[in-house]
Design a protein around this ligand. Structure first.
Ligand code: BGC
Length: 728
C-alpha cells in the first residue's frame, strides 16, 4: 500500500508541472521563488558605503544562511525532496566559473579556467570562437556540479569608466547581442543553463542599487534592449537576470513593461527571470512584474510573500505561474535528472582554448613595422603589469584559476630573453609590495604600484638591447566605477615619464596594454613604435601576448568600442554617474549617440575608431554587391603574412525621426585564416533570425522605412572600403 502511495507522488523529473505545483503547499511555493542564501566564500569588506553586499537590505538579518552545495557558488534554490525538487546551484560568471578552489578537509583543489574577459571576446568579432569558449566554460559548470552559470553580461559599454565594462562586450548592440547569443549557445550545449544579465541598462556601478536612469524608449529599444533581444531570441538562455537599477522610475526587477511586455510578450521568451543579488525591495511587485526568482533570498522576502498571499495582495495564480517557470527551467537541470558530477574538468585542454582564443581578440592599434618581433631577441621589459599581468577583473566576474602566465614568463617561454637587471628589480619590487598587500580574493585584487626606473637603469638596459616593451595596466571590477583621473582613465605623470624615457633610451618601443576597458592614449603613439591592446586575456595571458608579439599569429581583433582622443569627446561624459543637480538620477541625454554613432555623425575624430584593428598583413575588398537579403564581397590577403580580417557592414538608413546616427553596424563577418595571396568570398546576411537591423524604432514600433539604404563594407567605422545602395 505504502509503495503505491509513494509512486503517486508527483516528481519533477517525470510529472507534469501542473501536478507538481498542485502538490505544493503555499509555504513550499513561496520558498521556491526565494533562493536559500548561502554563505559567501570570503565575506566582502564591510566598509560603509554604496554597493557593499553586506549593506544590502535583508542580508544582515538573514538567519537561513546555508553552506551551499558547491562551495563558492553564488546561490542555491530551495529543495522539496518529496517532489523530487533538489536545490539547484547558481554560480558566476562571464570569464569562467567562480567557485572556491579549496574546501576544508579536502586535499584536492577545484580550480577553474580563467578565460579572456568580455571585451576581448567581443574584439574577436567571431561568434564561433565565442561559442567555443562558452562550451569550455559550460563543461566546467557541468562537471563541478553547477546547474546555471550567471553569465554572460552584455550591458552596453556606454561610457569607458563603467567598472564592469571588462565583463561586457561592446558599445554596439549587434556586436554585444551576437556575441552573447554565441556564448549562451556554447555554455548550454553542455546541458547547463545561463543567465543573460543584467537586464537592462546596468551601465554603471555608482549607486547601482538605486540609480534611476532616464532613457527614451527609442534608445532603449535600439541600444540598451537590442543586444538582449538578440541574445534571448537566438541563444534561448534558460534564465535572464534583471538588473539593480531603475529605468524611468521603476526598478528593473519590478518593471512589468520590461519583464513581461517586452521580454515575454514581445520577444517570446519562455524562460525564467531572477533578480540580481539582493536587487530591489518589493518582493510582491517583483513577483507581479514577472521576476520569478528572488536571489539569493532573504527571510524578509519569505515573510512578505506569505503575508501577501494571505491578504490577497499576491494572487495565487501569479505565484503559481512564477513557480512553474522556475520548475520548467529546473526540469532541464542536470541535478534534477540525477546527474552525479565528478569534479573532473580537463583544465589543461581548457587552458589551451583560453590561450588560443585570447589571440583572436587582441587589438593591434599601432605598428610602424616593428612587430612582429624576431624570437630570440633581448627585451628591456618595463612596467609592473609585465611581471604581474592581470588575467581578469575583480568582483563576481573573478575566476579562481590555478595560475596565471605573466608577460615576462610568456616572453621567456617564446624564446625571448630579458634584461636581467630590470627583471630582477621589478620582481623584487612586486614581491616586496605583495608582502604587505592584502591577499587577492574575488572582490578585491590589490595591484602593485608602478616602479620608478632610474635613468641609470635604463642606460644599462639600453646597453644590452635596443628593444623595450612597456606594459601599462589597469584593474577594475564590480562595485565601483573607474575615475577620469591619472592612474585610471588617464596615464600618470610617472607612466608618461617612463614612456618618454624609454623612447629616448631604446630604438624600438612597444607598448602593451593590459586593461579591461579603454584609457586615454593620446600621445602614446608618438612615444612608441607599436601598441598592442591585449585586454584582460585570461590565465594564459603572457603566452598569448608573446604569440602575437612574436608573430606566431597575426592579430585579428578589432575594437568593440571607440577610443576617444579626449574624455570630453565621449557623448555620455557629461552625464555619467549622476546627472548634474540630480540625486540618484542619470539622464541618457545623448540618446542614440553612443560610441561610434556619435563620432561618425558629429565628425569628431576618435583616436582609434570602433571596429579598428591592424594586422601583420593587408586585405583588399572587391566585388561588394547585394544579393537578395545578403551582401557579398571578396577579401584578399595582399600582404606577406597569414591572417584573418573582420569585415563590417554599416548602413545609412532613411531617417524616420530626428537625431538618428549617420551609420550603424548592421552585419559583420570574419574570414578564415587567409594565406598570402588567398581570397575568400563572404556572404553576409543582412537580416538575422532575431531582428531586422535595417529597422528603426518609432512611436508605432519597429519600422523599415521605405527608401534607399546605403551600405558600406568597412574595415572600421571610419574606414569605408566599398559602398552600394539597396532599396527597401
Ligand atoms: C552581480 C551579479 C552576480 C551576482 C552573484 C551580483 O553582485 O551583480 O553579476 O551574478 O552578484 O554573484
Amino acid at each position: 500500500m505504502l509503495v503505491v502511495l509513494a509512486s503517486c507522488t508527483p516528481k519533477l523529473s517525470r510529472s507534469s508541472l501542473d501536478k507538481v505545483v498542485g502538490s505544493m503547499s503555499v509555504d513550499e511555493k513561496v520558498r521556491t521563488v526565494v533562493g536559500t542564501y548561502i554563505k559567501p566564500a570570503t565575506p566582502p569588506p564591510v566598509a560603509p558605503g554604496v554597493n557593499n553586499r553586506a549593506d544590502y537590505p535583508g542580508s544582515g538579518e538573514n538567519t537561513a544562511v546555508s553552506e551551499g552545495q558547491v562551495p563558492g557558488a553564488a546561490g542555491d534554490g530551495y529543495a522539496v525532496p518529496r517532489l523530487g525538487i533538489p536545490a539547484i546551484v547558481y554560480a558566476d560568471g562571464p570569464a569562467g566559473l567562480r567557485i572556491d578552489p579549496r574546501r576544508e578537509g579536502v586535499e584536492r583543489t577545484f580550480f577553474c579556467t580563467a578565460f579572456p574577459t568580455g571585451s576581448l571576446l567581443a574584439s574577436a568579432w567571431d561568434p564561433e570562437v565565442v561559442e567555443e569558449v562558452g562550451a569550455a566554460i559550460g563543461d566546467e559548470v557541468h562537471r563541478y556540479g553547477v546547474d546555471v552559470l550567471l553569465a554572460p553580461g552584455l550591458n552596453l559599454q556606454r561610457n569607458p569608466l563603467t567598472g564592469r565594462n571588462f565583463e561586457y562586450y561592446s558599445e554596439d548592440p549587434l556586436l554585444s547581442g551576437s556575441t552573447a547569443a554565441a556564448y549562451v549557445k556554447g555554455v548550454q550545449s553542455q546541458g547547463v543553463g545561463t543567465s543573460v544579465k543584467h537586464y537592462a541598462a546596468n551601465n554603471q556601478e555608482l549607486y547601482r542599487n538605486g540609480i534611476n536612469e532616464i532613457i527614451s524608449e527609442r534608445a532603449l529599444r535600439e541600444l540598451y534592449l537590442r543586444g538582449f533581444e538578440i541574445a534571448v531570441k537566438e541563444g534561448k538562455p534558460w534564465t535572464v537576470m534583471s538588473s539593480y537599477n531603475k529605468i524611468n522610475g521603476t526598478y528593473a526587477s519590478e518593471n512589468h513593461w520590461l519583464l513581461t511586455e517586452v521580454l515575454r510578450d514581445g520577444w517570446g521568451y519562455d524562460g525564467m527571470v531572477m533578480t540580481d543579488w539582493f536587487g530591489a525591495d518589493d518582493p510582491v511587485a517583483q513577483m507581479k512584474a514577472g521576476n520569478d526568482l528572488l536571489m539569493p533570498g532573504t527571510p524578509y522576502q519569505i515573510d512578505e510573500l506569505l503575508q501577501a498571499v494571505e491578504s490577497g495582495a499576491l494572487p495565487m495564480d501569479v505565484l503559481d505561474r512564477n513557480v512553474k517557470r522556475i520548475l520548467a527551467m529546473m526540469k532541464k537541470a542536470p541535478r534534477v535528472n540525477g546527474y552525479a558530477y565528478k569534479d573532473d574538468p580537463d583544465l589543461e585542454a581548457h587552458a589551451a582554448v583560453s590561450r588560443r582564443i585570447a589571440l583572436e581578440g587582441m587589438v593591434l592599434l599601432h605598428n610602424n613595422g616593428t612587430l612582429p618581433l624576431q624570437a630570440g631577441r633581448k627585451v628591456a621589459l618595463l612596467g609592473t603589469y609585465a611581471y604581474d599581468t592581470q588575467p581578469g577583473g575583480s568582483g563576481s566576474g573573478y575566476v579562481n584559476r590555478a595560475y596565471k602566465v605573466t608577460l615576462d614568463k610568456g616572453l621567456e617561454a617564446a624564446g625571448f630573453s630579458l634584461v636581467e637587471g630590470l627583471a630582477e628589480a621589478y620582481r623584487k619590487h612586486i614581491a616586496d609590495e605583495k608582502a604587505v598587500l592584502p591577499e587577492e580574493y574575488f572582490w578585491v585584487v590589490p595591484t602593485v604600484s608602478e616602479m620608478n626606473v632610474s635613468d641609470a637603469m635604463l642606460r644599462a638596459a639600453a646597453a644590452e638591447t635596443d628593444l623595450a616593451i612597456v606594459t601599462l595596466g589597469r584593474m577594475s571590477g564590480e562595485g565601483g566605477d573607474r575615475t577620469a583621473a591619472p592612474g585610471d582613465y588617464f596615464l600618470t605623470a610617472q607612466e608618461k615619464q617612463l614612456l618618454a624615457a624609454a623612447r629616448k633610451a631604446f630604438k624600438q618601443v612597444v607598448v602593451v596594454l593590459n586593461v579591461g576597458a579603454p584609457l586615454e592614449l593620446t600621445g602614446v603613439e608618438a612615444q612608441s613604435d607599436a601598441i598592442l591592446l591585449a585586454w584582460l586575456p585570461g590565465q594564459e595571458a603572457g603566452h598569448a601576448m608573446a604569440d602575437i608579439l612574436s608573430g606566431a599569429v597575426s592579430p585579428s581583433g578589432k575594437l568593440p568600442v571607440t577610443l576617444a582622443s579626449k574624455y570630453s569627446d565621449i557623448p555620455s561624459s557629461c552625464n555619467f554617474g549622476v546627472s548634474e543637480g540630480e540625486l540618484n538620477t542619470v539622464r541618457y541625454e545623448e540618446d542614440l549617440m553612443v560610441g561610434y554613432r556619435w563620432f561618425t555623425t558629429s565628425g569628431v575624430k576618435p583616436l582609434y575608431p570602433f571596429g579598428f584593428g591592424l594586422s601583420y598583413t593587408s586585405f583588399e575588398y572587391s566585388g561588394f554587391q547585394a544579393t537578395g537579403d545578403s551582401v557579398e564581397l571578396t577579401v584578399t590577403n595582399t600582404g606577406n603574412f597569414a591572417g584573418r580580417e573582420v569585415v563590417q557592414i554599416y548602413v545609412e538608413k532613411p531617417a524616420l525621426s530626428e537625431g538618428r546616427p549617420t551609420r550603424e553596424l548592421c552585419a559583420y563577418s570574419k574570414t578564415t585564416t587567409l594565406a598570402p595571396g588567398e581570397s575568400q568570398k563572404l556572404v553576409i546576411p543582412l537580416k538575422r533570425s532575431s531582428i531586422d537591423p535595417l529597422a528603426q524604432w518609432t512611436s508605432d514600433g519597429w519600422k523599415v522605412a521605405p527608401g534607399v539604404y546605403r551600405l558600406h563594407a568597412a574595415a572600421s567605422s571610419e574606414d569605408l572600403r566599398a559602398s552600394i545602395e539597396i532599396e527597401r
